[in-house]
Every structure is written in structure tokens, then in C-alpha cells.
Design a binder for this molecule. Structure first.
Ligand SMILES: [Ca+2]
Ligand SMILES: [Ca+2]
Ligand SMILES: [Ca+2]
Ligand SMILES: [Ca+2]
Length: 444
């Protein structure tokens, strides 16, 4: 009875939050001007940057978040148990609970009742005329598994009904940025799957038999993958203190580091430390005078290069980059990310330094139409000498993208965080300094 009540509660929750999954993937482009020289440069500290409610120079379509990153809530699994789902950029799959041995149900939805439990004579096998799919995987998913692991999936525990199982259809709900596929195909009985990105995967299996009878239900199996190789926790920020991705045990390969820098740029390969890593909001040179963006990362760490590296090294994508309880529009952590136009991400190694990409709660939100994997924020201007997001720039914030005519196509090469020295800016009644409003993401 308690289970029924929990289910009802979960179902009510689901109805309450249903369902805005498909964000409007409007095709609004960056609309970079054909003749940037003809557009008059607006002075960044002039009147265009005083409106706190809109980004007047930014034409990227805002992305509406359907949930609070890292929030969890109860949900009903496909086998009608009470699962839990986690918000990253949007709600993730409904992950079933672990198998419980004190009942005769398949709590974890893998198709096998009481798998891993001692035999329970009370539980009678249920006879079906439809086939019941079941998933097993090696290595054992209850052990520590890392990116790069080849998972061997098997449907051999499935139970046939009146016929013989002859068709299999596998699918997966994978973390953002994963491009792994079933091998040799998603329609064989026992495929392999090489996990390429850290995070939670939910494998799904549908079957049908030779009589044309579909499976009684869909089988599911959740597998959690950690970042390879395992590393000892380290701060990763040059100044000895992180501002985001705070848990160094969870985020062993990525850190969010606040601070300022006066040497322009974050995207080009030519960006290297110039002040012996003395920058950082907790460092010897918090204003970052003479420092580059790369100075914010500790020795052995580097500016995260491309959304692919963020996807590979954060098990939760951008969720967690903004520390808990942060006020609105307070953090943007930038990475090196190639882009040519329309705030669309290009692969690592591509040319192009248009716009500045990263994670946080400051900047324009990005939906899946930008092909930036887990990244959720961008500073994108269509005007020279602007980063395109008023709340980031003077007099509200320290981010600047000054480069003269045509610089609206090269914010990644011109970006600095050197404005607002000595708390000369303010936002929401609070003084803002060079070191505030974020910094960079460092990877190793
Ligand atoms: Ca059970
Ligand atoms: Ca089970
Ligand atoms: Ca710091
Ligand atoms: Ca731009």
C-alpha cells in the first residue's frame, strides 16, 4: 500500500511538471553583420550597457531551462516502480531504484525479479504469453566503471512467452555529449557499447517473438560511469580555491576558477600563462593585471578545450559549475571553444574564435541547436567591442571584448576580465570587481 501511495505521489509530480522537453530550437542565427565596418562601435561603458533586463546586442534565442540543475525528483519508471530523475540542462531519464529482495517485484526494471537476491520460494514465476525482455551487462554495473569501458550487453536472461524471441531493439538515454552506439547494431541480441562520456546511462530493450507478440514491457538498466583515468582529488585552480564544481572527489578532472585577466583571449591555442599563474580571485594578483585566462589554472591543468572535453571530464555536464546558492547572473566560466557563426560549436582544432562559451548562470542560455554538448552559456555579440551580454560588462560586470571593427566575430580572441577594478562596477546593489562574475574552467 505504501508503494501505491508513493507511486501516486510520483505520478502527481510528473503531471505537475509535464512536459516541456523540446525546447524551442529556433533557428535564429548570430546574425553577424556582413559589413561590420559599417556598424558604429558602441562604447561598452556607454548607455547600451545599462539595461539590466535585456541583452540588447544579442540575438541568440534564449534557452529556457525546464528545471534547476542538479535538482532531483521522484518519477514513475517504465516498470511502475518509483525512480528518480536528475536535472542537468534538462530532466534526465527516470532511473529505477536498486533491486529490493523483500518483495516479488522487479524493482530495478531490468526484467529479472530479485536479481542478485537469495532465492525466495514465495515468489512464483509469472506466466505470460508475451515475451519478457531482460538486460544484463558485464562488467558488473554495481562496481566502479570508467569511460572507455566496453560494456557487453546481453538479453539472454529474457523469458520467452508462447513463442521464441526473434527481434531485439536496444536504445540508450546517454549523458549530453555522448556519441557512443551499439555494435554491431542496436538490433542484435547481445551488442557491445563503449561508454565515451562520464555520467548516467539508461539502457532500454524491447523484444518481440516469432508469433509477432511484442514484449510485455520494456527492460531497463541504469549504469553509472566515472571519468578515466582515476585521479587523486586536486583543487585545479592556481589560487588554491575553487569557485564551482566544488566537490573535488566528484570533479577530479575539472574545476571552475574565478579571477581576472588583462591579456586578451581564451580560445586561440596561443593563449598561455603570462604571469606565472599568480592570478585568481584568491591569489596574489586578484585583478589579473598582466595575466592571461590560462593563468587561472594550476600547474598540470589547462583551459578546458572544447565542449567535448567538458563532456568527458564532468559527470554532470555544466550542472555543478555554478555553486549552490549563487545569486542570479553571478558566474560565467569560459573555455577555449572554436565557433565561426551563430554560436554553433565547431570541433576541437577547428578555426574560428567567434563568441565565448562556457558554463554558469551568466550569459545567454544555449539549447541543443548550438551543438555545444553540455555547455549552457555563451557571450555572443553582433556589435564590435562588446561581449553581447550587458550583465557581464561594465558597469555591471568585468567581462570585455574590445577589438575594434569586426571584433564581434572574434570575442574568443579579445575577451578580458580586467574592468571594474577596485569594485568600480555594481550589480543588484553589490559592488563588482575584476575578480567577480566567474572566470574559466580548468581541465586535466
Ligand atoms: Ca525485488
Ligand atoms: Ca530486477
Ligand atoms: Ca579561487
Ligand atoms: Ca560574435
Amino acid at each position: 500500500m505504501t508503494r501505491l501511495m508513493a507511486l501516486t505521489a510520483a505520478a502527481a509530480l510528473l503531471v505537475a511538471c509535464s512536459d516541456t522537453t523540446s525546447s524551442s530550437a529556433s533557428d535564429t542565427s548570430d546574425a553577424d553583420p556582413l559589413f561590420p565596418d559599417l556598424i558604429e562601435a558602441d562604447t561598452v561603458d556607454g548607455d547600451t550597457a545599462t539595461d539590466t533586463s535585456t541583452a540588447s546586442t544579442d540575438t541568440v534565442e534564449p534557452f529556457a531551462y525546464e528545471c534547476e540543475p542538479l535538482a532531483t525528483e521522484a518519477c514513475v519508471t517504465s516498470c511502475l516502480t518509483v525512480g528518480e530523475r536528475l536535472c542537468l540542462k534538462e530532466w534526465g531519464p527516470c532511473v529505477p531504484p536498486p533491486e529490493k529482495c523483500d518483495n516479488c517485484e522487479d524493482d530495478d526494471c531490468d526484467g529479472v525479479v530479485n536479481d542478485g537476491c537469495p532465492p525466495n520460494p514465495v515468489c512464483q514465476p509469472v506466466e505470460h504469453d508475451c515475451p519478457t525482455p531482460a538486460i544484463t551487462v558485464t562488467p558488473d554495473p554495481s562496481t566502479d566503471l570508467f569511460t572507455g569501458t566496453v560494456l557487453q550487453l546481453s538479453s539472454d536472461s529474457s523469458i520467452a512467452g508462447d513463442g521464441t524471441i526473434v527481434t531485439w531493439q536496444w536504445s540508450v538515454q546517454a549523458p549530453p555529449g555522448s556519441s557512443a552506439t551499439f555494435q554491431p547494431s542496436a538490433t542484435v541480441a547481445n551488442p557491445t557499447f563503449t561508454v565515451d562520456v562520464a555520467g548516467s546511462y539508461l539502457f532500454l530493450l524491447d523484444v518481440a517473438d516469432d508469433l509477432g507478440t511484442a514484449g510485455c514491457q520494456q527492460a531497463q538498466l541504469a549504469v553509472s560511469i566515472q571519468v578515466y583515468p582515476p585521479l587523486e582529488p586536486e583543487v585545479g585552480c592556481a589560487d588554491g580555491e575553487r569557485e564551482g564544481f566544488l566537490d573535488t572527489d566528484t570533479y577530479t578532472h575539472i574545476a571552475a576558477c574565478s579571477g581576472g585577466w588583462s591579456v586578451p583571449g581564451i580560445t586561440p591555442d596561443s593563449v598561455v600563462p603570462t604571469c606565472n599563474r599568480q592570478g585568481g580571485d584568491d591569489g596574489a594578483n586578484p585583478a589579473g593585471t598582466g595575466c592571461a585566462s590560462a593563468d587561472l589554472c594550476a600547474t598540470g591543468w589547462h583551459l578546458c578545450a572544447g565542449w567535448e572535453e567538458v563532456a568527458a571530464k564532468s559527470p554532470t555536464g555544466c550542472a555543478g559549475a555554478t555553486p549552490p546558492g549563487a545569486s542570479s547572473e553571478s558566474y560565467f566560466f569560459a573555455i577555449s571553444q572554436a565557433s565561426v557563426n551563430g554560436s554553433v560549436c565547431e570541433p576541437v582544432g577547428s578555426a574560428g574564435d567567434n563568441d565565448v562559451f562556457g558554463c554558469g548562470n551568466l550569459g545567454n542560455g544555449m539549447g541543443g541547436d548550438k551543438h555545444c554538448g553540455p555547455l549552457d552559456r555563451v557571450l555572443a555579440s553582433t556589435q564590435p567591442d562588446s561581449c553581447g551580454w550587458n550583465q557581464a560588462m561594465p558597469p555591471l560586470g568585468p567581462w570585455e571584448c574590445i577589438g575594434g571593427s569586426g571584433s564581434d566575430l572574434h570575442e574568443g580572441a579579445t575577451v578580458t576580465k580586467k574592468a571594474c577594478a577596485n569594485t568600480s562596477c555594481s550589480y543588484d546593489g553589490k559592488p563588482i570587481d575584476t575578480r567577480d562574475k566567474g572566470g574559466v574552467l580548468c581541465c586535466r
